[in-house]
Design a protein around this ligand. Sequence first.
Ligand code: UT7
Length: 315
Amino acid sequence: MKMRNVAITAVGSYLPPRIMTNDELAGIVDTSDEWIVSHTGIGTRHIAEGETTSEMAIKATENLIKRFKIDPERIDGVIVATATGDYPGFPSTANLVSRHFKTKGGAFDLAAGCTGFIYALDVARSMILSGTLKNALVIGSEALSTVIDWEDRNTCVLFGDGAAAVLLEQAAAGGLAPALLRSEAMLAESLTIDPVSRHITMDGKAVYQFAVRAIGEIVTDVLKAGNLSISEIDWIVPHQANRRIISATSRRYEIPEELFYLNIERVANTSAASIPLALSEMEASGLLKEGRKILLVGFGAGLTYGGSLLTWQRS
Ligand code: UT7
C-alpha cells in the first residue's frame, strides 16, 4: 500500500562549545546585559570557532544517527537550509554533508533566510511523496558569527551559531501537513547579508512588525487549513528571533504564550537552525509524544514566512 504521509523519524543537533555571554558583548560594543535581556530575551549564544556550517551540519547528523540508531547507508537525499554555506556559490553545504555520509540521492542547499527550514521540510516532503527521494535529511545549519558586524550593536547581540537535522520518511499516519509558504518581497532589503561587506544589515523595527503579523497569520491559517482550534495544539515552535515578538503576537492574536516553546534565552537567533534545534531539544526532554500536534512557524529574510502542522509520529 502506498503511504501518503511523511513524518520526522529522527532528530539531532549540535551547538559549538564556545558560549558568549551578554556581558562579554558589552565589552565589545556599547550595550548591556540588561538591554539585551529586556529587548530580546537573549542571555547567551554559541559561537563557532573555526567550525564551518558543513562541519556543524555533519555533527548534528552524527547526533541524529547515534540517538536514533540510523544506518547512514539508508539516507537518500540531503537538503541544507542555510545562509552561511561553506562556499558562497558551490559546492553546496549539502554536498559536503553528502560526501561525509556517502549518500547518493539529490543534495542541495535552500535559501529562504530564517524560514529556510520550513521551506526545506516542505520541499523534502513533496519529493518523498512524488517518489523522487526515498527519504531525506533536512538540516538547518548556520555560522552567523561569520557574517555579523561585531561593531554594530543593533545586530551583533541577536545571533548565534548551531545546527540541527531531521530525517523525513514515509509514515503510516501523522507527520507533516502541506506547508503554507509565503513571501513578502517588497521588504526584501530590510534584512540582508550585504554582498560587499558580507555583514548582516537589518531594519529591526520593520522586521519586528512583520514578524508579529507573520506568526499570527500563519498560526491562524494553519489552524484553518487543518480545521483545528488553538486548544488542540500542544506546542507552537516558532523561529526564535526575539522573545518580545512572541509576547506581542500572543497578546494581539490571543494565542496562549505558554504554547510557544522557546530556547532563545540560551541560543539566540540561529536563523535556519532555530526550529530544528528547538525540536531536537524538545524530543530529548520527552515533550514530543506520539500524536502531539506541533505548529511550526518560520519568518525571516526575503521576507519569507511559513508554517506547517506536524503530528508527531515516528513510524
Ligand atoms: O530572524 C529574523 C530577523 N530578525 C528579527 O526578527 C529582529 C526583529 N527586530 C527586533 O527584534 C528589534 O527591533 C531589535 C531587538 C532589533 C531592536 O529592539 P527595539 O526595541 O526595536 O530597539 P530600537 O531599534 O528601537 O532601538 C532603541 C534604542 C536605540 O537607541 P536610541 O536611538 O533610542 O538612542 C538603539 O540605538 O536602543 C538602541 N540599541 C541598543 N542599545 C543597547 C539598539 N541595539 C542596542 C544594544 N544595546 N544592543
